[in-house]
Design a protein around this ligand. Structure first.
Ligand code: TRH
Length: 395
């Protein structure tokens, strides 16, 4: 990115944690990538530091300012915070329409040159995204324009977040069985559990986990289900007959369920790489599963009036064409196929029988997604063009 002076371009990324770990998960990943791969001085403003600490255990929960992995992390203490023009970054990014403080916006308008301002939106496979990607929106009173930037699955969107080194790191890990065994052993997984079909499970509490456990338990082949602490806690505790705490495990029939500690974000990739099938949810783990080269099942974030079923179908239409077993599993898992508890063994068996096909699809999909470029690089290219416009007083 060519800017007029030599000081690193500064970028402020505002993250409001609505719930769970996806908001901070995406912002933390993007912040590090912009710093590491694009040399940008990133400040991540986050309103809930304990959420950051969950995925980045080194983070302090009581610091106004801290440095983590090359990123300046600042505690966003609410809308009343005041700012000077000197506080304003060259690029201002708000995640998911999180409403940055009025005082910050007012100082943005006083700054020369004015910052490039973007709103990062959530991921959806629906077609309307292409029409809204990069649309400008003028501030009603101030001389500022905000642009909407969407991740997505086509070259008319911003693409998906993916670090440049990811493919090579995954290749090294997946071609070194000792690395995978050492990683799982360190999480408490036994050698016998590693020999079974390994499934990682990350879903929302309403997922039909008990029904799936029943199907696995009655299956012919050993299956190890690895569940991070706090995930599907009631169903897992019911299976274990004990609290779902890290280290807890039980075997019934063909199924062993083991509770893992919630791992740091980089280690979550290794868990996906080490397992044979991954159940993921929300946005960030959903994208990471697409980079794992393994079959995966998505539990989509629920929305009112089952709007999420439309989004799920939009994704399946792009991804799962011809893979009926994956479509059936996804619809059942997301409650879009009616309440069919008795049907679960057949749904699982069909899915299991198609694992090879699904692995090929995962690799094919990955290659296709790579053609769209990565989200951070696409974002930087878009910003660079706007920045030139601002400097030439054209925007
Ligand atoms: O946690 P999520 O459900 O997050 C979100 C939010 O609910 C958000 O409001 C909503 O908009 C979005 O979903 C759709 O799921 P997600 O997006 O997969 O984020 C989880 C993050 O947690 C991801 O960065 C991976 C990380 N993680 C770890 O670091 N360690 C772990 O052990 C696990 C299981 C996950």
């Amino acid at each position: 990115m060519s800017f007029v002076n030599q000081t690193p371009t500064s970028l402020a990324l505002f993250c409001k944690v609505v719930d769970n770990y996806g908001d901070i998960g995406i912002c933390w990943r993007l912040a590090r990538q912009l710093q590491h791969e694009h040399g940008i001085a990133v400040t991540l403003w986050v309103d809930h530091l304990p959420s950051l600490q969950r995925i980045c255990p080194e983070a302090a929960i009581d610091a106004d300012v801290q440095q983590q992995a090359g990123v300046t992390v600042r505690h966003w203490r609410g809308q009343a915070m005041q700012f000077d023009v000197a506080d304003i970054a060259d690029i201002v990014v708000e995640f998911f329409g999180c409403d940055i403080p009025e005082g910050y916006i007012a100082a943005m308008a006083r700054r020369e040159p004015r910052p490039v301002w973007l709103n990062l939106e959530g991921l959806s496979a629906e077609e309307w995204v292409e029409g809204c990607h990069t649309l400008p929106s003028s501030h009603p009173r101030l001389p500022l324009t905000k642009y909407f930037f969407f991740p997505g699955f086509t070259n008319k969107t911003g693409g998906l977040l993916r670090e440049a080194s990811l493919g090579e790191r995954r290749r090294q890990f997946q071609t070194d069985p000792a690395a995978s065994a050492a990683f799982l052993a360190q999480l408490g997984v036994t050698a016998a559990e590693m020999r079974a079909l390994k499934v990682s499970l990350f879903c929302y509490p309403h997922a039909p986990v008990a029904a799936l456990f029943d199907a696995w338990q009655a299956g012919d082949a050993a299956l190890t289900c690895l569940v991070p602490e706090g995930v599907a806690a009631d169903a897992v505790a019911a299976f274990l007959g004990a609290a779902a705490l890290p280290g807890a495990a039980a075997t019934r029939g063909a199924l062993t369920v083991r509770v893992l500690p919630f791992v740091a974000q980089a280690d979550y990739d290794k868990l996906l790489w080490a397992c044979d099938v991954n159940f993921v949810r929300g946005e960030d783990s959903f994208v990471r599963a697409q980079w794992a080269g393994k079959p995966f099942v998505w539990h989509i974030y629920p929305q009112d009036e089952n709007l999420h079923h439309k989004k799920l179908r939009a994704f399946l239409q792009r991804y799962a064409n011809g893979l009926e077993s994956l479509i059936a599993m996804s619809l059942h898992w997301n409650g879009a196929a009616g309440d069919d508890r008795a049907g679960w063994p057949a749904v699982w068996q069909a899915f299991h029988a198609d694992m090879e096909k699904m692995t090929s699809r995962a690799l094919e999909w990955e290659r296709k997604m790579l053609e769209n470029g990565d989200f951070a690089a696409n974002l930087i290219a878009f910003i660079a063009a706007r920045r030139v416009g601002i400097l030439e007083n054209k925007v």
